[in-house]
Write a new protein. Sequence first.
Lengths: 485, 485
Amino acid sequence: MRIPLDRHSEIPLYEQVQDYLRTHIVAGQLAPETRLPATRKLAKELGVSRITIQNAYANLESEGLIANREGSGAYVLPPVQMQTAVTDSSSHQWPLWQQALSDTTAKQLTTSLPSHPDTISFTGVGDPRHFPLKDFQKSLNAVLKNEGSAVLEYGEMGAGYGPLRETVAHILASQGIQTYAQNVLITTGSQQALALICQVLLKPGDVVLVEKPTYNFALNLFRTLGLEIVGVPIDEDGLIVEQLEPLLQQHHPKLLYTIPNFQNPSGVCLAGARRRQLIALAERYNLPILEDDFVGDLRYNGRSQPAIKALDPMGQVIYVGTFSKMLMPGLRLGYVVADGPLFGRLVQLKQVTDLNSSPLIQHVVNDYISVGRYQSHLRRSIRRYRQRRDAMLDAIKQYLPPEVTVIPPQGGLFVWLRLPPLLSALALRPLAAQAGVAYAPGSWFFPEPEEGEPYVRLNFAVQTPDRIAEGIRRLGRVAEEAAVN
Amino acid sequence: MRIPLDRHSEIPLYEQVQDYLRTHIVAGQLAPETRLPATRKLAKELGVSRITIQNAYANLESEGLIANREGSGAYVLPPVQMQTAVTDSSSHQWPLWQQALSDTTAKQLTTSLPSHPDTISFTGVGDPRHFPLKDFQKSLNAVLKNEGSAVLEYGEMGAGYGPLRETVAHILASQGIQTYAQNVLITTGSQQALALICQVLLKPGDVVLVEKPTYNFALNLFRTLGLEIVGVPIDEDGLIVEQLEPLLQQHHPKLLYTIPNFQNPSGVCLAGARRRQLIALAERYNLPILEDDFVGDLRYNGRSQPAIKALDPMGQVIYVGTFSKMLMPGLRLGYVVADGPLFGRLVQLKQVTDLNSSPLIQHVVNDYISVGRYQSHLRRSIRRYRQRRDAMLDAIKQYLPPEVTVIPPQGGLFVWLRLPPLLSALALRPLAAQAGVAYAPGSWFFPEPEEGEPYVRLNFAVQTPDRIAEGIRRLGRVAEEAAVN
């Protein structure tokens, strides 16, 4: 126990020890039942006489803070009626360098909402009830049995566990995306992939182009890094590439961030012709494209388009994928596919950022997954989620006001709907929470939040069809009441 | 399968499909035994007629690349004598923005070494044979049983899993370091803690002060972030704080990075009086201190000193710890303790960097660990590692040339030794590898690598006493031979 002692102070050493322990016990930092060090040991550690420690302990015992138990040492007692620690930081005078930080803290987007005993939530990604938990646990125990403590050492640094990188390359190839293991970097979820790419390519003040709307945690990342965010509108064929060229000339962006398949939050797909136009523009304007393909394979109908990455032999496109949406978000595993000098830079930054992603989890996922297993998991998910999407579209038609508009998504996880005029999704949110239904309001997804006021993002993958119907019914009632008032 | 098709091309669609598949099979991206999509399904996906796909498959079959199996579809065949994919990137013309990246890629510090059938490695951290693997696996299965898929959802974002943050606060309190759970941020190893702190506080070109020598992955981080690194010399009482003030006046550093306990690599501890001087200077010069306490509790003898954090009521000190050294490095769990506005900024950056650290691992570690368990694990480690340190010091005396100097460390994991004049640890490394002994050369740990030439860092915790003796004997022979030549 490293108690700070001041040997030049007028306060006796035993009192310093005693004051220190008292403060920590009262503040709850030394929890009840914590055993204090033996007096001989603590005396030696602190370089004081044993009497000093014995005096301190005796006084604390008489104060009712600790108790000596025969033969087993001194223990902290539970609090009786003690004042709680003062942790109010507003009145505290922080160092100068800390004060400079305070005003730039971004405001929180989440607020506390009224609770309901039976909330139907249309947020989240996949349905946890269908996570392959049993098989995952089998893989876990197999890996620990076969590889033992090796998977709990630091493990392979650099780009990640080799066999897993091979597996990713094979899965992507089976989807028609050309990659090699040596161009695959394993990351802690796709969010880390986005962060690494931005940190290598961009500096504060640089312009990044995004679809508006776009993924809210990408927006948070760009804001936190001090980037200037310029939104490009979308229609039912995705990013309106025709509107891109003037923006490229005006803003000289350093990156375009796009989600071409079942876009988050809008659910639309980028049309094939636009993909080709986009590549041509990117080459002409020296623009790196960050392609976020978070659920590209979850297609329920319609025709698939090649990944933008597959159209680009020149290393213009950086492709990001994840195991969070198909498998389990808590794995925190994603990957980047990149070519050229960029790849080495990403590996280098990944290594100094956190050395590597958990070797245990990397080995387990590699044990669990194979091309065949991924494909059959995909087929099951498609069957299940298609039904739920249809249930949601039906319920919307049945329960929501006819002025609500929606583009039926051909895949993915989300329905994006526009409320009738004068209704605000953000304003409606507490009322919806009160009625037992939760959703993501549109303003989370726009560079200028107010543009998102009329929109609502609904995840249809997490709830069963009857819960979906009930949730949308509740939402309809809330919208109706709000329209009347 | 998202095959890029050009409908305006003169090449027939079936040939485009066939070319695409051939390329991927030959390059090994479509692995042998991969089942190709059914013709009907692929035709629908690509929006072409079924005949197109059937033609493509038939031609590939006649080329011996795929085979139709009765009733179960078309499969990729193993390669016979096919040319391998050309992946040489040197001749490739990368996009302009990529070319700008190439020259700034940092050179790799590691080189390949000759191998030996029985290498005794003095690198690493703790001894994997003593990882609490069985108990860890018990906790894993208990958490999966009791909490199910909940720990595989995204989980608590922000500062990390609440109960684990409480546990960290209690463990630290039992060491005499005052913290509250609300000031603890869980990170992916202490490396991520360092990266987050630097990214919040520093920008490229800023000066960071470090001990010289210091932790090599911290140096790599600072270099990758484009910081200017200024080294402060150490002696057997740690950082020579007396030499700090002129550097503060000259360089206006934005951060001091220090490892006050059993410093990596030197093994020395910062003396108590210097800790107080350091805090006083930091307050006077508005300097944040990053205290990296990676093995502060692994003390074998001598008197412990309070954490610098414990001497600072003003929020000047940022404290970083880890579960990697005491428990298992593969867990990838560390933490930051910080006060004031900085804490919120770190949480925010952590969230956009990777959303959160694996909730599964956080829950498992929290299930496994408690103050009592940590303390008893610590006691066992101290007993074991003290013996190994002594074995190493004895072996050094017995087998290394008498000109070798070493400050016997009072704790931690490393012995830091200085070779006789004219010997270079870096130059000796391949010879040592040939003789079957591995170590970390001193130049990895200095801002100016050449300053480290005469030094060697030896981990004494990983090997058993007799292996330590044998390894040092080999090292002695190598040093002797090198001195003769």
